[in-house]
Design a protein around this ligand. Sequence first.
Ligand SMILES: *Cc1c(COP(=O)(O)O)cnc(C)c1O
Length: 229
Amino acid sequence: MTAIASNLQAVNRVIAQAAYIAQRRAENITLLAVSKVFPVAAVREAHKAGQLAFGESYVQEALDKIAALRDLPLEWHFIGPAQSNKTRAIAENFSWMHSVDRLKIAERLSAQRPRNLPPLNVCIQVNVSGEDTKSGVSPGEVLELAQAVAQLPQLKLRGLMAIPAPAEGLELQRKPYALLRELMQQLNAQGLGLDTLSMGMSHDLEAAVLEGATIVRVGSAIFGERQKL
Ligand SMILES: *Cc1c(COP(=O)(O)O)cnc(C)c1O
């Protein structure tokens, strides 16, 4: 077995164990393999080991990879920062956009989504740690943005996404994810019908699954350490 295949197996085992502890079904948790910075060959290797959903953060790198991997039935998720001048490429090439943090971005994605494709699945990124360096809307602003995004015809608002400040230990790691789960429950009480919590990375995916993550975004635990850009 290759390193990537055995890493995938290990990550899937962590997800299954956390799901078991949380009395959740592991099938309700999607592993998104974050392949940013890693080459096409690494994605092929992961696909061979059964992985179908891949996350990318840099648009140009992603477009090159998507083009080189057209022969495989992969699902591409954009997880990088939302920038106005990148919305068209995202709308045309991805199935999911996890980091919508303002209405202008959502409006552009909806207008630019090709009509022959299904609506783009989107999540609203929430700043759950309150740091002003992090992108995402504050918890108090989520409802208004969610209600506006839900009206856009070529988008399907699926849920919420967060990248909390790094924390050590399960209890501290769970806090921001519990907040995100509660926020989604509040939005659903307003009738928004969300089904997705995009939360959890290599170092805290267990905490995220315990708090209800439905998509975990895992890079280095699958592909190895990234070189700092
Ligand atoms: C890079 C990245 C990940 C994966 O991080 P790892 O620590 O390598 O698992 C997850 N989410 C986002 C938004 C990222 O940019």
